[in-house]
Ligand binder design. Structure first.
Ligand code: ACM
Ligand code: ZN
Length: 739
């Protein structure tokens, strides 16, 4: 990436820099994320030198050491620390009067000194983060950069978060991210002032927390696959203590998620007596949602929960314990005599009311230990819950109103905006992710509506979620060179960034202060910061500033880089641009908009997908969802079978029609037997199309799906070849006709 000095305001320093022979890697001024409440700019710059000293109030030693260590990595200077905030160059202070909001701070940068005054330790930490954003991006690197001038513009900033809960959930159960990766994730959250990390420690495919009383949970439940290629892992209690300490310095609280009554197969494999049936299962090696539940009716399983939660509470200082609670199907409880006995004893109406009963039992257990139960929205929506809890709402944000009216609190993580396991776009070539909803662009995430916060509000904050079921046990879904041989950690970063920066601003700023075009300009300057942290973010496509119709019917495109100072390369023949395609320097005119493609080149190895205009299939709306297409180059001329993915087009159990519609060419496509697979499992087989094979009309097959499973890939395999040649093109659509 190249950097230039573009602002006249900085020109005197540019001259100085040239004289001193230093590079000109300036931070673009005040491109702060999240946007602070109030900023007053003054003149001049603070220049950090090896002689600078860091002074701190007695309680702030950890924060001072943190700042010293960050600055030392990139500057190479071990700045002196002084346990006294007076007369030092950089001063870290606590506001003794506590006049502001929790986690608030004031940052004053003058040409001589920097003062951070925090409302509490969290506020001081955030003042430090804002200061780091004023320095050049290289400040975040772990490599010494003697070529960089460490200057920050003079400014006074008053800032505080709008909401107390600014969270991320990381699913370490479906894929085990090691301790070092979790630390990196915490670092990146802290850079953007997120303060709660929900660790999804347990799911069907893995138990990731050492529990001393039940060693088989991790001896058995943390691993899958045969001995010679065991997959998985877990955190020892010592690992957890290390993570908690690491996070605490960064004002991040780790909330353990101990998931039940569903998504707990890993525990049931280790201890089969936990389930209603008591049957022995195996650890799944693919994404799988088990119907087995923790049996609520057996005293032994309630004792198990109590023991597990005792060890969890002893380990995690957070006042919150998350008990999961999502996606239970209640068939096992319906047919279990132990569970049915509780339904009767408690005067409940149906098996699903047992979930509310269980939430009450556990919320009371936790209340006695001064902890508040948090869980997915289901903990509040299945039967009455008396002890106040916090629901994490992922479906229907309207449910929060009912929940909070009955004395509970809410955290918003609407899957439509805050589930970062969905891809950002549907451009061909986009990394595959979850498919049960449309993609979530940065703009969509940023646009999440949230009513303005008042201290009385029961909506305590916002959270993003990164689920790992698409990466389970390193399943290869796709290969992208840049993401380094399919390492799941890199994919997690690709999916999380830059959307986490949008989340940061949604959670930190009042809704009225949010403005997407202002945000996206500031965002363009943050990719250099993510580069310095070694983050494998998704490079955004160039922005289309203008698309104008010209008098001869052509279209003129004016573009803006979405990554500051990055090149834009483009093509006008419909092909995907490469790093060697023409460089964009002025507006480009094309006759058909689908022929224009342009990419952001952050580095030679790290570039974006093209700006992409999805073809308009509205004329085919009656045939359902576009699934794939065939073209001469992809068509064989004899006895061939064609396999393509249709994940996301199969959206649940029901009756489906798949239509093959020819659009061009002198030959036609012969279509024979068709099979539908759920991963490798044959679900349906149709020996002949329902409609006649003809050159002009759709060829239609009908089939039924009874074993739908969310998050599992589906494929069609069909006998298909060109009759008499391969000069044929066409489109394939899938329609759900009925339940
Ligand atoms: C969830 O997405 N199952 C909470
Ligand atoms: Zn039972």
């Amino acid at each position: 990436m190249k950097r230039f000095i573009t602002s006249p305001k900085k020109s005197w320093t540019a001259i100085l820099v040239v004289i001193c022979g230093l590079s000109t890697a300036w931070a673009s001024e005040l491109d702060l994320i999240p946007k602070p409440l109030r900023v007053e700019e003054s003149s001049g710059h603070f220049l950090l030198t090896s002689q600078a000293t860091i002074g701190y109030d007695a309680a702030l030693e950890e924060q001072a050491k943190y700042l010293q260590q960050i600055l030392s990595q990139s500057t190479g200077w071990d700045l002196a620390l002084k346990a006294d905030a007076r007369k030092t160059t950089i001063r870290l202070e606590l506001n003794p009067d506590k006049t502001g909001k929790p986690e608030g701070y004031r940052l004053t940068v003058t040409p001589k000194t920097v003062t951070v005054t925090g409302e509490d330790k969290g506020g001081v930490f955030y003042g430090i983060q804002t200061l780091l954003q004023l320095f050049p991006a290289e400040i975040y690197g772990d490599r010494r950069r003697p070529d960089v001038e460490w200057a920050a513009p003079a400014v006074t900033i008053h800032d505080a978060p709008n909401r107390p809960w600014r969270g991320m959930m990381l699913d370490v159960a479906r894929y085990f991210y090691d301790k070092e990766f979790v630390k990196k994730y915490i670092d990146m959250m802290a850079m953007y002032k997120l303060n709660k990390l929900q660790l999804h420690l347990i799911d069907d495919s893995g138990w990731r927390l050492e529990i001393k009383k039940y060693p088989r949970l991790t001896e058995v439940g943390a691993w899958a696959g045969p001995d010679h290629k065991r997959l998985g892992g877990y955190y020892t209690q010592e690992d957890i203590k290390e993570l908690i300490e690491y996070a605490q310095v960064r004002n991040v609280e780790i909330i353990p998620e101990i998931e039940f009554p569903a998504h707990i197969l890993s525990a049931i494999v280790a201890y089969p007596w936990l389930s209603c049936t008591g049957l022995q299962h195996e650890m799944p090696t693919q994404h799988f949602i088990s119907k087995d539940l923790l049996c609520v009716g057996k005293e032994s399983s309630i004792r198990f929960l109590s023991d597990i939660l005792d060890e969890t509470v002893a380990l995690f200082p957070s006042p919150y314990i998350n008990i999961g609670g999502d996606e239970a199907v209640y068939t096992r409880w319906e047919s279990c005599p132990h569970c049915q006995a509780v339904v009767k004893r408690e005067g409940l109406e149906k098996a699903s009311d047992l979930q509310g009963y269980l939430t009450n039992v556990v919320a009371e257990m936790m209340r006695k230990k001064n902890r508040t139960v948090v869980g997915w929205e289901e903990i509040l929506l299945r039967g009455k819950v008396n002890t106040p809890v916090v629901g994490v709402f992922w479906h229907n944000v309207a449910d929060t109103i009912e929940a909070t009216r009955t004395g509970h609190r809410a955290i918003l993580t609407p899957a439509t905006h805050m589930y970062f396991d969905f891809p950002e776009s549907s451009t061909p070539g986009e990394v595959k992710g979850a498919t049960w909803m449309p993609p979530i662009s940065v703009e969509k995430c940023y646009g999440m509506e949230i009513n303005d916060y008042s201290p009385e509000s029961t909506v305590i904050g916002v959270q993003g979620c990164f689920w790992s079921d698409q990466f389970i046990h390193g399943t290869v879904l796709q290969e992208i060179d840049y993401l380094d041989e399919n390492r799941s950690e890199n994919y997690a970063e690709y999916f999380t960034f830059p959307r986490l920066l949008a989340l940061s601003e949604v959670a930190w700023c009042p809704q009225a202060a949010r403005n997407y075009s202002d945000f996206s300009h500031r965002l363009s300057h943050h990719f250099a910061r993510l580069d310095a942290k070694g983050c494998h973010y998704r490079v955004p496509e160039p922005h289309i500033e203008k698309m104008e119709a010209t008098t001869d019917g052509s279209l003129k495109f004016t573009l803006q880089p979405a990554v500051a100072h990055a090149d834009i390369r483009y093509t006008t023949d419909g092909s995907y641009p490469t790093i060697h395609s023409p460089l964009y320097t002025a507006p480009v005119t094309v006759s058909d908009k689908s022929d224009f493609k342009a990419i952001t080149v952050a580095t030679d190895r790290h570039y974006s997908l093209p700006i992409y205009f999805a073809p308009d299939y509205s004329a085919y709306a009656a045939y359902g969802k576009f699934t794939t297409e065939w073209k001469p180059l992809t068509v064989q001329t004899q006895n061939a079978s064609w396999r393509f993915e249709c994940t996301g087009k199969i959206s649940g159990n029901g009756n489906y029609a798949i239509s093959f519609i020819p659009t061009k060419g002198n030959n036609s496509l012969h279509l024979g037997k068709l099979k539908l697979y759920k991963r490798d499992e044959l679900l349906a087989e149709v020996s002949e199309p329902a409609a006649a094979d003809s050159d002009t009309t759709a060829t239609v097959y009908r089939f039924r799906v009874d074993e739908f499973e969310a998050g599992t890939p589906f494929f069609i395999e069909v006998e298909a070849w060109g009759k008499g040649g391969n000069d044929t093109s066409g489109l394939v659509f899938i329609l759900k006709e009925s339940e």
